[in-house]
Design a protein around this ligand. Sequence first.
Ligand SMILES: [Zn+2]
Length: 101
Amino acid sequence: MENKLPRNVLPKNLMGAIRYLSDPDACLDFIAEMRWPNGVTCPHCGGDRVSYLKTRRIWRCMKGECHKQFSAKTGSIFEESPSRLVLQGEVRKHVKAGAAI
Ligand SMILES: [Zn+2]
């Protein structure tokens, strides 16, 4: 897609945000960055030794006996929802409230 932003450049306005979040990989990156700004940790045991399974967009905990798999949405408000739709709804609410995005 030619209108896609580079993954490390966040959008500056609502349309940019909606376009950005329509890419599932960018959306997942965004959620992961918000959730784990200091690096991904296991939501089950808190371990920081994790392995990313790119094809399934999930992580696997590599700590001791845990070895559980999780996504950026596990245990979050996004768990039961298509995350980009939830995020786009949140962006719209902030714009309506007059926040500068
Ligand atoms: Zn774990």
